[in-house]
Design a binder for this molecule. Structure first.
Ligand code: XLS
Ligand code: NI
Ligand code: NI
Length: 436
């Protein structure tokens, strides 16, 4: 069955095209800095938003119909979602997808039944992958939706619930490996607390680390060669989440010796919820050698929650791609963890959302490459720190200097000059000049 009859294939038509079902900037074979756009930008569809989210919010039920012609919460519906999803990705030229276990099949109260369903659907997905060349970017286990995870999964107070979390991770890893996934994500939505009055933070964090360690051991045992990711987010649903931001998550991974197997999956909207820019989170991950993958969405500065909008801010996308190019690319990809606004409730809107996002990142890539080729930004930064290239600066950087020595140096100089100007406004002018 064909679900999206109104479009055969979304094609690149160039920046002046007025055809809403076309790309203005995403030209997959265009070569930028020696690599095809499609290689720079491994885009992924998020199973949960695109095939599952109907626009329900706290005040009203869904507006979009995602039944795909079958009865919801049945295996027939699960299969219809696979069909619709692969048709959708093929028509857009999206080569990857991301999933939670429970996005794929209706969850039963008995985990054995759910697992059987997962085996069945993943066989079907694997067939589709072979047929189309579409691949899995990453998988994950939803350990936040089911009521039993009310106190967390790795951080739960119930050892039995902890075992159910382990069972879900094991199965989600099996499927990720089966589908050739590049990565496996931990997003700890309930791994945190509402109040410290009832929380043993030390035990909870240690237990989360133990669960991650077991996941790594099992994953490597079954031949998973990809990266494990933590997707930091400061809050929502919990008041405080342990993986607050990249710096916190990286510190945690190092503390528990997990840093060799894990990288960051940075989501734009989570960065801003943490009071950072998207670029900040990417840079912190990159300088620690842990920039793995990206959840490419956008928040709303006027709203304090994870709105998961399709990204349209070219400035943000440019700075993101600037970080990614400077880091030498991603081992993961760009997952559109984004959903249509509630009133955008048609199949066409699903396409428009992804076209918008793909074009935004394509344009960001083009502009970031121009910034790098232009070279003024990098040159300025180099110059700004040039005092560390020689003399006492060089000695500091090499680690040879002592505090006494530096003190003697300062006392000898007596009075220092002001450091070189930061020139922010001049640099921002360069960005505008390249962008427009
Ligand atoms: C929620 C998260 C979630 C993860 C996967 O805020 O972004 O969707 O990406 O569990
Ligand atoms: Ni996400
Ligand atoms: Ni999110």
């Amino acid at each position: 069955m064909e679900y999206f009859k109104f479009i055969d294939k979304v094609k690149y038509e160039g920046k002046d095209s007025k055809n809403p079902m076309s790309f203005r900037y995403y030209d997959k074979d265009r070569v930028i800095m020696g690599k095809k756009m499609s290689e720079h930008l491994p885009f992924a569809m998020a199973w949960w938003h695109t095939l599952g989210a109907c626009g329900a919010d706290m005040f009203g039920s869904g507006t979009a119909d995602k039944s795909f012609g079958s009865e919801e919460k049945t295996m027939a519906h699960a299969r219809a979602k696979v069909d619709a999803g692969f048709e959708f990705m093929t028509k857009l030229g999206i080569e990857y997808f991301c999933f939670h276990d429970v996005d794929l099949v209706p969850e039963s109260e008995d985990i054995n039944i759910t697992n059987k369903r997962l085996d069945e659907i993943s066989d079907y997905i694997l067939e589709k992958c072979k047929e189309t060349g579409i691949k899995c970017l990453w998988g994950t286990a939803n350990m936040f939706g089911n009521p039993k995870f009310m106190n967390g999964a790795g951080s739960t107070n119930s050892a039995e619930v902890y075992c159910f979390a382990a069972a879900q991770i094991k199965k989600a890893l099996d499927i990720t490996v089966k589908l050739g996934g590049r990565g496996y994500v931990f997003w700890g939505g309930r791994e945190g607390y509402e109040t410290l009055l009832n929380t043993d933070v030390k035990l909870e964090q240690e237990n989360i680390a133990r669960l991650m360690r077991m996941a790594v051991d099992y994953g490597r045992k079954i031949g998973f060669k990809g990266d494990f990711y933590i997707e930091p987010k400061p809050r929502e649903p919990m008041k405080h989440q342990y993986d607050f931001d990249a710096a916190t998550a990286i510190g945690f991974l190092r503390r528990y010796g997990l840093d060799k197997d894990f990288k960051m999956n940075i989501e734009a909207n989570h960065a801003t919820l943490a009071g950072h820019t998207f670029q900040h989170e990417l840079r912190i991950s990159a300088v620690n050698g842990m920039l793995g993958s990206i959840d490419a969405n956008q928040g709303d500065t006027l709203l304090g929650w994870d709105t998961d909008e399709f990204p349209f801010d070219v400035y943000e996308a440019t700075m993101c791609m600037y970080e990614v190019l400077n880091a030498g690319g991603l081992t993961g990809g760009f997952n559109f963890d984004a959903k249509n606004r509630r009133p955008s409730n048609t199949y066409e809107d699903m396409f428009y959302g992804h076209i918008l996002a793909m074009d935004t990142f394509a344009l960001g890539l083009i502009k970031a490459a121009e910034l790098i080729e232009d070279g003024r930004l990098a040159k300025f930064v180099k110059e700004k720190y040039s005092s560390f290239n020689e003399g006492i600066g060089k000695k500091i950087v090499s680690g040879e200097a002592t505090l006494e020595e530096l003190s003697d140096y300062a006392c000898k100089v007596g009075k220092t000059e002001m450091p070189m100007s930061g020139r922010q406004e001049y640099l921002e002018t360069i960005i505008n000049q390249i962008l427009f």
